[in-house]
Design a protein around this ligand. Structure first.
Ligand code: ZN
Length: 122
C-alpha cells in the first residue's frame, strides 16, 4: 500500500554547471513541490501504513532545511539540481522513514520535475 504526503518550499539557487551567461548560472528562485511516497503494510490494528501526523513530523525536519534558503549554501547541495535535491532528501529521510519508496520534486511554473525511487533507480 502506498501513501504520500506533499509539501511546498520556496528557495533560491543557481547552477554552477550552467554555461556562463545562461540564466541558470545566475541566482533565481522557484516554488518547489515535493511528494514523498511510502510503500508499507497496513497495520491491521490501526488501519494505517503510518500515522500521517508522524509522517508529517519526519518531513517537516527537512522542509525547514530547504524552505526560504539559498540551496547552494545547504550542506550537500552545492549543485542544487532537481536530481540532487531528490537524492539529498532520500539520504536524509530514509533512516526515519524506512518505508520510503519514492520522492518527487516538481517545479510547477517550469512544468518539469524529477522522480527518484532510491539508489537502485537509474
Ligand atoms: Zn532554477
Amino acid at each position: 500500500m502506498r501513501i504520500y504526503k506533499e509539501f511546498g518550499f520556496e528557495a533560491a539557487h543557481f547552477l554552477p554547471s550552467a554555461p556562463e551567461g545562461h540564466p541558470n548560472s545566475r541566482v533565481h528562485g522557484h516554488s518547489f513541490r515535493a511528494v514523498i511516497w511510502l510503500d508499507g503494510k497496513v497495520d491491521p490494528d490501526t488501519g494505517l501504513v503510518m500515522h500521517f501526523e508522524r509522517f508529517l513530523q519526519e518531513i517537516e525536519r527537512f522542509r525547514v532545511m530547504l524552505d526560504h534558503r539559498m540551496l547552494n549554501e545547504v550542506e550537500g547541495l552545492e549543485h542544487p539540481t532537481l536530481e540532487n535535491i531528490t537524492m539529498w532528501l532520500w539520504d536524509r529521510m530514509k533512516p526515519g522513514l524506512p518505508d520510503l519508496a519514492r520522492i518527487e520534486i516538481h517545479r510547477p511554473s517550469c512544468h518539469e520535475g524529477c522522480v527518484y525511487d532510491g539508489p537502485e533507480d537509474k
